[in-house]
Write a protein that binds this ligand. Structure first.
Ligand code: ADP
Length: 486
């Protein structure tokens, strides 16, 4: 319309002799006006129709139709600003209802029966979830349990990995479509005769009546070797503990008895031997505890204690480790901090792992600070170093079993299970663990322990074990006999 108006006005100016068509400046002005008019029109049309395009793409998505536009994610910040978020959410969550006629319903029933029949001959299975994330369909051999409230659940133990429910939660917030695969996911602890092991692939499709589909490939036979390896590792680590304890004991005794006989250089050698023996013992404990954890045989033995007392049991060892590596260890654990009902031996292993890492991943004469303070109903313990730090992609993998960054793999010896088991121990004591790190500046590891004046208080609050805590804090499940010692 505006273009036609520009043409008419131009023609009128020429006809009435106001503009001379032989003058180039007239044509230049005319072309400039035309280009500007077309540009403004195009811009206005694009901006004005953008929300409509997004809504159309969302509608196509839930209707299952192909669309050249990728479907919008209502949680993206741009939709908050544009005000489209509630409308997009409504389309995905409630949506315009789709009427299904009898013929379509019958066809869909037939498809369902064919699928169920086909999978009844296979040990692999498919599980489909409805929009409330309840199991809508599960084929014959799917690992399903029914809880006390008659709700069907997938019986899968993701241990330290991102669980299916965590992944779905993440998808809900950040994705419209997504897919993830997991390997070697078991239903029960290693050694349980009813254990099944699967590789799984889950797909997420926002807005669909069945947004999550999980395909489970039965791999129990294939992974039998890994299971027996883990059994062997648990056995070997258990057997190694005895001789290592004897070596550490004799080294300590000899060091005390020979203190007046040996010279300074020999004394230093002795201390190095003790540090190495203690480190070896730490590695074996980590291996043994993670094998127990993976087999769900891990237990914590709660007593009423405080963080300063827990640290006392490893203080000499830590001081020796730090000085032998030329690091400065600054420990500030006030004795008047509230009591925790925790397992001192496993928490001391966590502290020892974190301090050991702080020593390993920092440079000579670097300072390592260990401190604790009360944060609400929790005690927060911090181990800070000023060492090599980590980039964000390393931080996100840190608590996975056997994970070691490229940089540390090339430079420092280690197993990659210290942090995995430390997090598991902290969670089994009812706390959480996290890290903040800046590459080349250092790392700060923090863990919390809930404050309870007595073990009885903790057991009352957690119903006799830590499952309550663990359910909130991680995907993992740790058997806790909740025994009271001392
Ligand atoms: P390990 O130290 O035996 O490799 P861990 O599970 O204790 O195993 O740590 C896993 C990885 O996390 C390490 O290999 C290292 O890459 C990184 N890491 C742990 N602690 C620190 C730290 N304080 N500073 C920098 N990187 C760290």
């Amino acid at each position: 319309m505006q273009i036609i108006a520009v043409l008419v006005v131009g023609l009128a100016l020429v006809v009435f002799g106001i503009a001379d068509p032989l003058e180039p400046v007239v044509w230049i002005t005319f072309v400039a006006i035309m280009v500007t008019t077309v540009g403004i029109n195009w811009l206005v049309a694009t901006i004005a129709t953008e929300p409509l395009k997004q809504l159309t793409a969302a509608m196509s998505k839930i209707a299952g139709e192909q669309s050249p536009l990728s479907p919008p994610n209502p949680n993206a910040t741009r939709y908050e600003k544009s005000g489209l978020r509630p409308l997009l959410r409504w389309i995905y969550e409630d949506g315009p209802s789709v009427t299904v006629n009898d013929a379509e319903a019958e066809a869909s029933n037939e498809t369902r029966n064919t699928l169920l029949e086909a999978f009844s001959h296979s040990s692999s299975s498919v599980v489909i979830f409805d929009a409330q994330y309840q199991i809508a369909l599960a084929t014959a051999h799917a690992p399903i349990t029914i809880n006390d409230d008659n709700v069907k659940k997938l019986e899968l133990d993701f241990l330290g990995e991102t669980s299916l429910s965590e992944w779905i939660k993440d998808c809900e917030e950040n994705a419209v479509t997504a897919e993830k695969t997991w390997s070697y996911i078991g239903t029960r602890p290693i050694g349980d005769p009813k254990r099944r092991v699967y590789d799984l692939t889950a797909s997420y499709n926002k807005g669909s009546a069945n947004p999550v589909t999980v395909l489970l490939l039965e791999k129990t036979g294939d992974y039998a070797v890994d299971d027996s390896d883990l059994n062997f590792i648990a056995f070997a680590a258990h057997e190694l503990r005895g001789p290592i304890t004897v070596i550490r004991g004799y080294l300590d005794t000899l060091n005390d008895e020979l203190v007046d006989v040996i010279d300074a250089e020999q004394h230093e050698l002795f201390e190095r031997l003790i540090v190495s023996a203690n480190r070896l013992s730490g590695y074996v404990n980590n291996i043994l505890n993670s094998a127990r954890y993976d087999r769900r045989h891990f237990s914590v033995f709660l007593i009423e204690t405080n963080i300063a007392d827990i640290y006392d049991s490893i203080a000499d060892d830590m001081r020796l480790r730090a000085t032998s590596q030329h690091r400065l260890l600054s420990v500030d654990l006030p004795r008047n901090l509230p009591t925790v009902a925790a397992d001192p031996s496993s928490i001391s292993e966590v502290l020892s792992n974190l301090i050991d890492n702080a020593i390993k991943y920092s440079s000579e004469s670097g300072t390592i600070e260990v401190s604790a303070e009360q944060e609400g109903n929790y005690l927060e313990i911090t181990v800070r170093d000023h060492g090599i730090g980590m980039p964000a992609n390393v931080v996100s993998n840190l608590f996975h079993k056997f994970y070691r960054s490229h940089r540390s793999r090339e430079t420092v010896a280690g197993t990659g299970i210290g942090l995995y088991i430390s997090k598991a121990i902290v969670e089994s004591n009812g706390g959480t663990m996290g890290v903040q790190s800046i590459e080349n500046e250092g790392s700060t590891f923090r863990f919390t322990l809930p404050i309870y004046a007595t073990v009885a208080d903790k057991i009352t609050a957690t119903g006799g074990d830590n499952r309550e805590f663990i359910a909130h804090n991680s995907s993992s499940w740790i058997k806790n006999h909740g025994s009271i010692r001392g």
